[in-house]
Design a protein around this ligand. Structure first.
Ligand code: KG4
Ligand code: ZN
Length: 342
């Protein structure tokens, strides 16, 4: 085959990801997470994450090569997340990628983390229908993107103006005493709860008078509303119905996310919606997105949960696409850009 064999490194947050693809085919997806080291702090500690990347990089690289049945010399290109993300964490991946590119004499591609979350769907569902709208919802980002070409042109439509969607799940889980990371725990608790029991606010809901923030999100008001509701219960000496609060909170998040995502497709004349990021694993979000897309005649693509969370395969997938579309490689001065825009 003449499809490029590409290695992808991801270290923008707390997962050390090393992925290998051949064109649009996934060969390896090795991920080492430092999430447990951060749990007692209730959130990712940058310094701890950087050190964990440094320790995990070589073993994870070895594991990916073994899983794919390739050696480093077989590679055609090296791709790495160069931003956005935690500065020190990004630097570990960028330094490793430069070392590999230099030692192997292979081209280096710095990729945008958000674009990589979109490109990962190529290895799940085949070539991306473009233009598409992508909604990325994770602990670090919540964005709506217009994607004419994932390797060249990804445009922001909107983003969160305060907390990210996953951050809201994590904070609400914390105040309900559920643990960290909170998303999966709320998802589980919500299955036993009534989503209609409490009407929590939908931040920046897509009303006609909200033109300015039409495709932006806000979750901090929702988080505060949940906190106030729980406090009032406790002050009254009544038990907090954790399952009902979880279900009602989750309903509010899923409602506003899916409403805006569908609206973004309609207003841009786009027939394909892609959802990625850790929160895309949320069971209620997936069901509601499917229902609303069906109703609007939009095709929904959501990669499997393992590919939705941070990983190296998504970086490799975007790198392979860049090779195929003839994108000019980066040189060895490639910086780690913590605040890189899409
Ligand atoms: O993409 P990801 O692994 O890392 C980044 O933040 O970049 O996303 C992690 C986030 C966490 O906030 C976690 O609570 C959330 O995704 N998450 C979920 C679910 N699984 C993970 N949120 C809601 N429902 C889930 N099932
Ligand atoms: Zn991410």
């Amino acid at each position: 085959t003449d499809e490029p064999l590409v290695l992808g490194l991801e270290t923008s947050c707390d997962e050390t990801g090393v992925g290998i693809v051949r064109g649009g085919t996934l060969l390896a997806d090795a991920v080492a997470s430092s999430v447990e080291s951060h749990a007692r702090f209730g959130g990712v500690v940058p310094e701890v994450a950087s050190r964990a990347h440094l320790e995990a990089m070589v073993p994870t690289l070895r594991r990916a090569c073994a899983d794919a049945g390739v050696t480093l010399n077989d590679l055609d290109a090296i791709a790495v997340t160069s931003g956005p993300g935690l500065s020190g964490a990004l630097m570990v991946g960028v330094a490793a990628a430069k070392a590999l590119a230099l030692a192997l004499g292979k081209p280096l591609y710095g990729v945008n983390h958000l674009a990589a979350h979109v490109a990962v769907d190529i290895i799940e569902h085949g070539p991306l229908p473009e233009p598409a709208v992508a909604m990325l919802v994770s602990g670090g980002h919540s964005s709506l993107l217009y994607v004419p070409d994932v390797s060249y042109d990804v445009q922001p439509l909107g983003r969160t103006i305060d907390d990210a969607a996953g951050e809201a799940f994590d904070k609400v889980a914390r105040l309900l005493g559920l643990g960290f990371p909170g998303g999966p725990l709320i998802d589980k608790a919500a299955r036993e709860g009534d989503p209609a029991s409490i009407r929590f606010p939908r931040g920046l809901s897509a009303a006609h008078d909200m033109r300015e923030h039409r495709f932006d999100f806000s979750f901090s008001g929702l988080k505060t509303a949940v906190a106030r509701w729980v406090e009032a219960r406790e002050a009254a000496g009544e038990p907090v119905p954790v399952n009902d609060v979880s279900a009602s909170f989750q309903e509010a998040v899923a409602d506003v996310l899916t409403r805006k995502a569908v609206l973004a497709c309609q207003e841009n004349g786009v027939e394909h919606l892609l959802i990625g990021g850790g929160v895309a694993a949320n069971s209620r979000l997936r069901v509601m997105a499917q229902e609303r897309c069906d109703k609007a005649g939009i095709t929904l693509r959501v990669p499997r949960p393992k590919l939705c969370t941070d990983n190296g395969a998504m970086v490799a997938a975007l790198g392979a696409r860049m090779v195929q579309t003839g994108k000019v490689p980066s040189d060895l001065t490639l910086p780690a850009d913590s605040s890189m825009p899409v």
